[in-house]
Design a protein around this ligand. Structure first.
Ligand SMILES: NC(=O)c1ccc[n+]([C@@H]2O[C@H](COP(=O)([O-])OP(=O)(O)OC[C@H]3O[C@@H](n4cnc5c(N)ncnc54)[C@H](O)[C@@H]3O)[C@@H](O)[C@H]2O)c1
Length: 336
């Protein structure tokens, strides 16, 4: 039997997830919910940062349509509830879906703060449904390659790693409300904080500098993540650039014997430089969203809790971001 999915929030990420489900066998989107009529009826699409994301062109006619997300959660003929709501709603909607025993995929950040994140992780422990936070970089082609090379040490140890995710402000009420989105530091830069934690473990401390510009929260940050065994790990995140500034998603990782450069906008997205030669690395098709959704569906099919990203680990990423905010506020490194 196909896994039956209901998606709550058909904005930028809901449309992106809808695209992803449409490419996968063995799954069927049966219901959608959005307060905005045009969105739940599929007559409006919302563009994203990444080319090819949120393409639209999906036939909404077979879907059961709900205005309010809680009504979709109460629909008994759904196995997996996919929550693409604004961040302040992740906790209450994910908890409600888990209380109904549904599996839940919830967009990042896991929650608005680590206290709410812990509450959600606790709710997942006592539900028969599984919960996965959609931390898509853990599944992004080229980033999974990096995780593998960090683990197998094919090119030696990591000496320095630099991550960069910068663009202009996305606009709209949710992203303009710092208390709702958490600023670029929680909404955008958490992707790199999370990936750094996934690759290198919990840093000993973070030292951050940054400022607010588009919201009341931090909209441009540079953080040094301090480890005993890696000399340099740094990430920059911003949506404070001038309107029209392109989206950059990049890393440069210097191993003892090779340098890997990822640039989403480059013709060759991942290049490895070793022994004076540059090699283009071939990567699997698709974006992190496609792979994360396939992975969670496999976990559901096998009845295995997702090991790549478990709720406690998603909370840890929120906790590290909180330490980064505290470091900016105090001008001091914050120990974790
Ligand atoms: N993984 C990523 O790369 C990524 C990228 C962008 C956004 N996000 C995250 O995804 C989440 C959603 O962001 P977005 O850009 O799609 O926002 P959005 O504003 O485009 O979409 C949210 C939708 O939820 C609907 N909604 C709000 N309350 C509702 C309710 N009670 N019932 C039904 N519908 C309701 C709104 O009408 C809206 O259409 C945020 O947490 C954001 O941080 C993740």
């Amino acid at each position: 039997m196909k896994t039956r999915v209901g998606i709550i929030g058909i904005g930028m990420m809901g449309s992106t997830h809808l695209d992803a489900y449409s490419k996968i066998d063995g799954v069927e989107v049966v219901a959608v919910a959005d307060l905005i009529k045009e969105r739940r009826e599929g007559s409006a699409t919302v563009a994203g940062n990444v080319e090819g994301q949120s393409k639209g062109g999906i036939d909404f006619s077979p879907f059961r349509k709900y205005e309010e997300g809680m009504d979709l959660i109460a629909d008994p003929d759904i196995d997996l509830i996919d929550i693409c709501l604004p961040t302040p709603l992740h906790l209450s909607y994910a908890k409600a879906a888990l209380a109904f025993g549904r599996h839940v995929l919830s967009e990042k950040p896991f929650a608005l703060n680590s206290r709410e994140g812990n509450e959600l992780a606790e709710a997942a422990r006592s539900s028969k449904g599984m919960l996965m936070c959609a931390m898509c970089m853990r599944f992004w082609p080229g980033w999974t390659w990096l995780k593998d090379r960090v683990e197998d040490q094919q090119f030696g140890k990591v000496l320095g790693a630099q991550f960069r995710r910068t663009t202009c402000h996305p606009g709209g009420p949710f992203y303009s409300d710092g208390a709702a989105c958490g600023g670029a530091i929680l909404d955008l830069h958490i992707h790199d904080t999370d990936f750094i934690q996934y690759c290198f473990g919990l840093p000993k401390a973070v030292f951050s500098q940054g400022y607010a510009k588009e919201t009341t929260h931090i909209d441009h940050v540079v953080t040094q993540y301090m480890y005993d065994d890696i000399p340099l790990v740094v990430a920059e995140g911003s949506w404070a650039f001038q309107p029209g500034a392109p989206f950059h998603m990049q890393y440069t990782v210097n191993f003892e014997q090779a340098t890997a450069v990822f640039d989403l906008a480059a013709d060759s997205v991942l290049t490895l430089r070793k022994d004076g030669e540059a090699t283009d690395i071939e990567l699997p098709e698709g974006m992190g969203y496609d792979h994360e959704i396939r992975y969670f569906l496999e976990c559901i099919a096998k009845g295995e809790k997702p090991a790549v990203i478990h709720p406690e680990s998603a909370v840890t990423s929120v906790r590290i971001v909180e330490a980064e905010v505290e470091s900016i506020r105090t001008g001091q490194p914050v120990y974790l």
